[in-house]
Design a protein around this ligand. Structure first.
Ligand SMILES: [Zn+2]
Length: 579
């Protein structure tokens, strides 16, 4: 096997594994056992509730409220309305788009008692209003219907405590319903005082796996329960750390601002064209996304409802879904142990191969890695300019995300090939230095943002282990190759799958305006691929890089020149972003 074969095989196999990890599960059907979540059963509610746009104040919204009340009573809930006049800003926003701002927001509070109603209740929350002109099958009728199916799947006698379902109104006009329920001192209803934990269900798109991307404070024990009850949850403290620094809001914002209530936020963000789109109909909702959202929230809800006591507040955990092993959770301090193991492996490898690398070669390799990153980020930035995304219409860019993601991947590939073809020290110089880079970045993350640790520390550990094994076995020759690189490349596969999955979600989250912020992911990618990166001859690699860039440019131009997406809402262009 040549270096080129090993390089391409590892890269493509890692990407393929990432694709498997971002795929949605098969939706449940009518034959799904009654104690499990079935997207087919939930779709019956989606088809009714999302048959037409139902913005706050509209006759269609009143129909949705009435239909929900009927469904909730049939599921054994006591329901009441919480009516809130729209605040001035919300009313202006609704009126500016042709809505009826004279009507109040009508949220629903539904309670089904458990064995002990004096214990703090478990609440699920989703908003029942849509934006103007969108049926809102995904945002947020998917969440609404998932809550009904979850309530159906958990028999009332199994409840150790009360189950509360909150269907908020006017989320799209500025979280009006949720603020009315949770803003301290201004509560329109006393229910918030009885709630111990809130799980919010949202969508910013019409498909994809549901990410648990936000928590309340002191999430340690709650996350441990999540990992026990939903082993295949797509959750990560990396997303939580990033989301904390974004200006976005959901109904969970007033819950977290209130304090004292544990909280989890789930959302799917794939098929981003569907966000606030007139085309977000029941037929176009990805049922696998509904299945993943519903099954994930059912798992943790059942665990919370049946536990003898709700999880006590505990320091925030570091966690992420890992290939093969599922959702891994640990204390931030444990991150130092991972880094220590990493340092020992890197030190051993450098010692075992002390004759095969030099300081000057290491400097060359370091420079090569830096140049790769700069080239990748620069290409992503420049191609994004070509695509017209800077200052582009927000919803049109969301619709273009799959193409923009392809452009960014091709740019990263071109940068890798450019690196592949450049001379830099010996094989060992490059392998040892590349393996150290994510380790160094992981140390910085551990100090500054421990929640982001897994993104760097886990690939760093895989790379260090592969390097140490490779350094131990094989002969004393200066070149790296043969069986020596096999363990490292096998270890690279789960690392690439993990990074590819994260990169995909990061791109969906921030990629349209800022694709280059994903370029630093190449640091751990370089470390994992290091032993297989080919050296010379230079020309074929440069030709391949040029070909990738040509394709990327063509796609970027296509995004720039095609007509505005059919999926964008009629008010697209009014503003850059809304909740
Ligand atoms: Zn929403």
């Amino acid at each position: 096997m040549t270096r080129w074969t090993a390089f391409l095989f590892t890269l493509l196999a890692g990407l393929a594994w990432a694709c498997v990890r971002i795929a949605v599960p098969t939706p449940g059907d009518g034959a799904t056992p009654p104690d499990q979540f079935s997207a087919a059963r939930a779709m019956a509610d989606v088809r009714v509730l999302a048959r037409q746009p139902h913005p706050t104040g509209s006759p269609a919204a009143a129909e949705v409220v009435a239909e929900l009340e009927g469904r909730l009573v049939s599921l054994g809930f006591a329901v009441h309305r919480v009516v809130t006049p729209l605040p001035e800003k919300a009313a202006q926003r609704l009126a500016s788009r042709g809505g009826d701002a004279s009507k109040p927001a009508v949220s629903l509070v539904a309670v089904r008692p458990g064995a002990d109603s004096t214990q703090p209740a478990v609440a699920l929350m989703a908003h029942h209003d849509s934006v103007i002109a969108s049926p809102g099958a995904a945002d947020d009728i998917a969440g609404v219907a998932a809550m009904l199916e979850i309530a159906r799947a958990i028999p009332q006698p199994a409840q150790a405590r009360d189950l509360v379902l909150l269907f908020t109104d006017a989320e799209e006009q500025g979280l009006v319903g949720a603020r009315a329920l949770f803003t301290p001192g201004a509560e329109a209803d006393p229910i918030a005082n009885r709630i111990g934990v809130v799980i919010n269900l949202e969508a910013r798109g019409g498909g994809g796996r549901a990410m648990m991307f936000q928590t309340g404070p002191d999430n340690g024990n709650l996350i441990r329960l999540l990992s026990q009850s939903v082993p295949d949850a797509a959750a990560s403290s990396i997303a939580v750390t990033i989301y904390e620094n974004l200006p976005n809001d959901t109904d969970l914002t007033p819950v977290i601002e209130r304090g004292g209530i544990a909280a989890l936020n789930f959302a799917f963000i794939g098929e981003a064209w569907a966000y606030h789109s007139p085309l977000s109909t029941p037929e176009r909702l990805e049922q696998g996304a509904l299945q993943h959202l519903g099954a994930s929230v059912l798992g943790i809800t059942r665990a919370l409802l049946t536990a003898p006591a709700l999880p006590l507040p505990a320091p925030n955990a570091v966690f992420a879904s890992a290939p093969i092993v599922g959702l891994v959770v640990y204390q931030p301090e444990t991150g130092w142990l991972l880094l220590l193991a990493c340092a020992v492996l890197l030190g051993l490898a450098a010692w075992w191969r002390r004759g095969a690398w030099s300081l000057s070669g290491a400097f060359l390799a370091f420079g090569q890695a830096v140049i790769t990153l700069v080239i990748a980020a620069g290409l992503m930035w420049a191609l994004n300019l070509v695509s017209g995304s800077v200052g582009g219409e927000y919803y049109d860019r969301l619709a273009a995300l799959p193409r923009l993601e392809a452009v960014a991947l091709l740019a990263a590939g071109a940068a890798l090939l450019f690196t592949a073809s450049a001379p830099a020290g010996s094989d060992w110089d490059r392998w040892i230095v590349f393996a150290k880079l994510p380790f160094a970045a992981a140390v910085a993350a551990q100090l500054l943002l421990p929640g982001a640790g897994p993104l760097l520390a886990w690939p760093a550990l895989l790379a260090a282990l592969g390097l140490a094994v490779g350094a131990r076995i094989g002969g004393n020759e200066a070149a790296v190759g043969g069986v020596q690189i096999v363990p490292a490349l096998l270890l690279a596969l789960p690392g690439l799958a993990f990074l590819g999955e994260f990169g995909h979600f990061a791109f969906l989250g921030v990629g349209a305006p800022l694709p280059h912020v994903t370029a630093p992911l190449l640091i751990p990618v370089l470390a994992l691929l290091a032993p297989a990166i080919p050296t010379g001859p230079r020309l074929p690699a440069l030709k391949a890089a040029a070909a990738l860039l040509l394709i990327a440019t063509a796609i970027a131009l296509w995004v720039r020149l095609d007509a505005p997406a059919l999926s964008i809402p009629p008010y697209a262009g009014d503003e850059k972003q809304q909740g």
